[in-house]
Design a protein around this ligand. Sequence first.
Ligand SMILES: *Cc1c(COP(=O)(O)O)cnc(C)c1O
Length: 365
Amino acid sequence: MKRVVYNFSPGPAALPKEVIQQAADEMTDWRGSGLSVMEMSHRGKEFTEILANAKSDLRALLSIPDNYQILFMQGGAIAENAVVPMNLVGRKSQQPATIDFVNTGHWSVKTIEEAHKYAKVNIAASSEDAGFTYIPARDTWKLTPDAAYVHICTNETIGGVEFDYTPEVGDVPLVGDMSSNILSREFDVSKYAVIYAGAQKNIGPSGVTIVIVRDDMLGHALPICPSAFDWKLVVEHDSMFNTPPTYPIYIAGLVFQHVLKLGGVAAMEKINIQKADLIYNYLNSTDFYINRVPAAHRSRMNVPFFLRDESLNAKFIEEADKNDLVQLKGHSSVGGMRASIYNAMPLEGVQKLVAFMKDFEKKYG
Ligand SMILES: *Cc1c(COP(=O)(O)O)cnc(C)c1O
């Protein structure tokens, strides 16, 4: 008997069961080709079709306008922390250029640290004063008028805070790290100049990084930028400047198909609201568990929570595991618990988690 669990991992995260099953069915012979996707030439007609479909399905899912390119890259969001400035600061005649950052937590901090190598850094706003538990209000941001770009992390995967709107930043390009909430809610791509996301939260396996770039952001890479990370070259080679991560792209394509079948991003958002409401409403109703993020800033994707009595942490994890609720341990930098409830987590998984949390409270509260 195979074990079936609800996987609350922050990433690499759960994939839709249907997608895993389809990948298993197609593992040794992709649609009569006699080949596994892993052993296909990336330039062959089979993989060319897989890539083209993945691209057009993502374009449809996010209503990506024609003047934006979709790139399948490698290195994850952490590589993009260098790749973005290497591609964008060259648009400014004065060097070093300034980049504006909104510092909302762990991932913003990492992005900012890396940017120091390529530009002057301006922290336009920060929620560090309150342990990164909120998104600083737009009217408090101190933006640089001629900044190379403004960077935000739309969902802080570790702290569990999320933008519930897209900020207006005038003519300065807006760049978003959407690694952990892309495809989970509707948003207007045209408000951004660049969007990037490592796949392993809401899109597919680790190994492929999605970059969505507006045309006017191409062609400005610094001379030091590795060619394989120069967006213009990657676009010109249709994401095949180097051998792309073919298998992760294939799985991402299956996920896109799956989300389209379920009704697209709007349908995912509806379910994601239900899931988040279920768990946050329960957290609001008890003082056995604590969530430190004010309601307006709470992430729909990552729900960190703490037991008031932290000596029960190990017991909680152990009993959750016995109930087939796994990967709930919080990030080492914050402790406690974290339930990551990305698109692939069904409503029933969250219902089961909340029922377990209530039982646990009854037993130990
Ligand atoms: C996971 C994550 C990252 C790191 O992605 P890598 O693929 O490890 O480079 C960066 N930003 C956010 C918001 C994340 O959730």
